[in-house]
Every structure is written in structure tokens, then in C-alpha cells.
Design a protein around this ligand. Structure first.
Ligand SMILES: [Zn+2]
Length: 335
């Protein structure tokens, strides 16, 4: 055990580059909003909902996740969600977050898109001094590419507030290449691109993401099975936003000691630590850092590299990156 074994990861200035705003809906807030909006729930209490969060796989998780999304109805609901997440992340030592939000999940007459976007950007602006944040659009890979293109168009009024577009949802049978037109359209409009790949899907999907010119890959675990691909990721410094606790809860890995993060890091890949859906996976950013440090016995130098990778992998301007690098180096000086 190194001297960092007792390190308080809340004190580490961190990025969280792979987090879904919908996945930050804590059971208590979920129940409060359900009551406010008169929406029946299949669970009797927040504790029972937490109990239900023992998922076998991604599909089991998504069923509960989409149910949770149903309670978000009014502008106030979306504001409360975004504000609570940013407060919690800031308290957790996250200095910069890039979060996904998918308006496709909330296409109801009762909830105008403009109200949702206003609520989220309002919370981001109010919290600006405590945590910098970027909004990323995302679409579902289980739906047709035409729908993804439509979702991209619908966000046009807010393009100046959006930094990137990604894609998530059940992975197997829905390879990134099927969405080439969507990613091309994102790039043409000046956005950075991300895609979930190699979580439950194969290394071949990560390869496809690289071939598509994707800027940042979410998860990417399966790439470890393809040494040539690992070399390519390292050479091009294509970041992987890994989510250790999420992987454990969804049985992407049986134990964190078998997580590929450390092996990828040692081969020069720009791997980062992130939270994914912290309310449902019962772990925020610093919990992920502590868990992966404990399981993989990371050295001080490795922790420092991981933290710096988070800054490198972010879509921040260089000036802000330089500030964050200095913050990290003050907390984790090189030996
Ligand atoms: Zn994700």
C-alpha cells in the first residue's frame, strides 16, 4: 500500500467527463418529483428503489433509468435536478464536468424543449463560480439515425451552449458505424463527438469509433482485448472516459481488481475516471477514484497522470486547462 492509500479523493481537483444528468436523480428527489407531479411509482420508498438498483446488466439498469425519467416534467424539475447535481459534484471536488442530457427522453407536450434547456443552463450559470460545466447532447443508438439527426436539428437554438454530441443506450447490435451520418452532421456543425463503445459491446465497436474519427470514447473497456487497438488509442491520445463503479454494478467487470484502467494507463492510453450515472450506481466521482485506487493499488504517479488525463480529455480551452493542471500538481506533486 502506498502513502496515497488514505488519500481523501474529495480533495483532488477532478473532472467528470462522462456523467448523464438523468442518472444523477437521487431516489429521494425522484420520489419528491413523483409526488409533485402525481406520477405512480413501482417502489414504495427511496430505500426500496435503491434495493432495486442491483442490476444484472445494462438492459436491467435502463428499464429503471427510463422509469426515473418519467418523473421529470416541469421546468422547475429540470432546474432542481441540474442544480442538485452541480452542488453535489462541486462538494465532491469536481472542478469541471461535461455532462450528457438527452431531450429525446422527454418529448412530451407538457414539457417544451425550451423550458428544459432554460432550466439546465440557468443552473449551470448560477453555479459557474464553483464548478465549470459543459452540456453535451446525446441520442439513443436503439432508435433510427434519422431520429438522431432530427434531435441534433432541434437543439439548433442552443448550439452556442453545447460543446459536443454523443450516443448511448443498449450497445449490442447497434454499432457506431450505423450512425456515421449523425456524427458527420455533428462535426459539420462544429461539435466535438463522443460515443459509448466497448462497454457491453466488442472491441470492434471501439475500432469503428476510431475509424469514424470520434474525439472521445465513453467506456472503451473491450479495447483491452485488441493490443493493436490499444496501441492506436495511445498513439493518437484518443481519451477513454472509464466508469469503474458503473462497470461493477452492470457486471461489465466481475471485480474492480480486473478492471482494465491500470493496464490501459500503463500502455499510454489517455484513460480517465468518471461517474456515469452516480445516483443509480451509488458512487460519485471521488467514490470512483477511491474504489479504483483501492482495487488496483495505483501509485501517486498514476493518480496524478489520471487526473491530468481528465484535463487533457476535456473540451475546455487551453487557458482553463492550464489552471486545472496547476491545481492538480499542487495536490499531487510529482515525486
Ligand atoms: Zn454513459
Amino acid at each position: 500500500m502506498g502513502p496515497e492509500s488514505c488519500f481523501d479523493f474529495v480533495k483532488l481537483p477532478k473532472t467528470d467527463l462522462h456523467v448523464h444528468l438523468e442518472g444523477t436523480l437521487e431516489p429521494e428527489m425522484l420520489f419528491r418529483l413523483a409526488g409533485r407531479n402525481h406520477i405512480p411509482l413501482p417502489w414504495k420508498s427511496p430505500a426500496m428503489l435503491r434495493e432495486a438498483c442491483r442490476f444484472r446488466d445494462l438492459a436491467g439498469f435502463l428499464a429503471i433509468y427510463y422509469k426515473g425519467c418519467e418523473v421529470l416534467v416541469t421546468e422547475q424539475d429540470f432546474y432542481d435536478l441540474a442544480r442538485a447535481y452541480l452542488e453535489r459534484a462541486a462538494a465532491d471536488g469536481v472542478v469541471h464536468t461535461e455532462f450528457y442530457f438527452n431531450p429525446q427522453l422527454f418529448c412530451r407536450e407538457s414539457t417544451p424543449l425550451a423550458a428544459i434547456m432554460r432550466a439546465i443552463f440557468c443552473a449551470m450559470d448560477e453555479m459557474r463560480d464553483r464548478i465549470s460545466s459543459f452540456y453535451m447532447g446525446t441520442v439513443m443508438r436503439t432508435r433510427p439515425v434519422e431520429e438522431a439527426l432530427r434531435a441534433l436539428d432541434e437543439l439548433a437554438p442552443w448550439y452556442d451552449r453545447i460543446v459536443a454530441f454523443g450516443m448511448g443506450g443498449a450497445e449490442n447490435g447497434n454499432p457506431p458505424s450505423r450512425f456515421q451520418r449523425y456524427f458527420d452532421a455533428c462535426r459539420e456543425r462544429g461539435f466535438r463527438t463522443c460515443v459509448h463503445a466497448g462497454e457491453e459491446g466488442p472491441a470492434a465497436y471501439v475500432r469503428e469509433a476510431v475509424a469514424l474519427g470520434i474525439d472521445r470514447i465513453d467506456h472503451g473497456n473491450a479495447a483491452i482485448q485488441d493490443p493493436e487497438l490499444v496501441r492506436l488509442l495511445a498513439e493518437r491520445r484518443i481519451p477513454l472516459t472509464m466508469c469503474p463503479i458503473s462497470n461493477l454494478r452492470l457486471n461489465v467487470v466481475n471485480e474492480l481488481s480486473g478492471h482494465p484502467l491500470k493496464r490501459m494507463l500503463s500502455r499510454g492510453v489517455c484513460v480517465t475516471v468518471n461517474s456515469d450515472d452516480p445516483a443509480y450506481f451509488l458512487g460519485y466521482a471521488s467514490d470512483n477514484w477511491a474504489a479504483v485506487h483501492r482495487a488496483l493499488d495505483l501509485s501517486g504517479a498514476e493518480l496524478r497522470q489520471l487526473a491530468l488525463n481528465g484535463v487533457e480529455a476535456s473540451f475546455l480551452p487551453e487557458a482553463r486547462k492550464a489552471v486545472l493542471r496547476e491545481k492538480i500538481k499542487r495536490v499531487l506533486p510529482s515525486a
